[in-house]
Design a protein around this ligand. Sequence first.
Ligand code: GUN
Length: 283
Amino acid sequence: MSGRIIDGKAVAQKVMAEITQGVERLKKEKRITPGLAAVLVGDNAASKIYVRNKRIACEKVGIYSIEKKLPGSTREEELLELINNLNLDPLIHGILIQLPLPPFLNTQKILSAVAPEKDVDGFHPINLGKLLAGNPEILPCTPLGVIRLLESISFDPAGKEAVVIGRSTIVGKPMAVLLLMRHATVTICHSKTKNLAEKIRQADLVVAAIGQSEFIKGDWIKPGAVVIDVGMNRRPDGSLVGDVEKSAGGKASFITPVPGGVGPMTIAMLLANTLEAARKQTS
Ligand code: GUN
């Protein structure tokens, strides 16, 4: 079997077209333009590219966006003051703190300073807690994007064996909860997991989010499984590869490409969260 490619770019474009309409409606009916502030501390090259891509995507759908770039030496109090000002700014409905922050800053403290209703990344403990309580309000963008990709191929997680590899707060943990809410049997694997290959061989759905080039081998994939590759790893030659070997496509029924799979969906869901936050804050 040769897996069909899930075209994340195409699905993201469809979502962006819906968001564009939603933004226009909000502008027309309430004279409100959704606004997003991206906060970037330091000069991590990958983070700069992410923030730029987010700004370009905002322009495409008509969302007002600002970037707050701060030097890597920024003190915690300065950053907290900036966040507080953004919390109070009526033109801003969504705030995103680009991660990772420099190591001397307390990431949890910084993320907790964002007003929960403006936390369009869904990283605030209140939003993560609501998700765990089964009452989600704002969901983290990457797992939400993965769910949209699964919907695009009419994959119903109910009763399926899902293996999530990676336990980050950004992807793995919320991903597992979203799949549980859709009645999958979920196994979360990580760097200390024993017999990873055996666990993946049982999986109807594999979501790989470990950040290691082609760590998951093609022959571990059960024939007909759906493979979602969240990985985005740069090789020494500059090319991008996922967490799953390309040969997995020969076993899977559906597989996401890298790039062009999950990546575009993460940004599309950020815009969706910003539009929804603007609607809620102005209703
Ligand atoms: N760094 C890596 N992924 C993300 C993300 O989804 N949001 C933010 N803010 N930072 C990230």
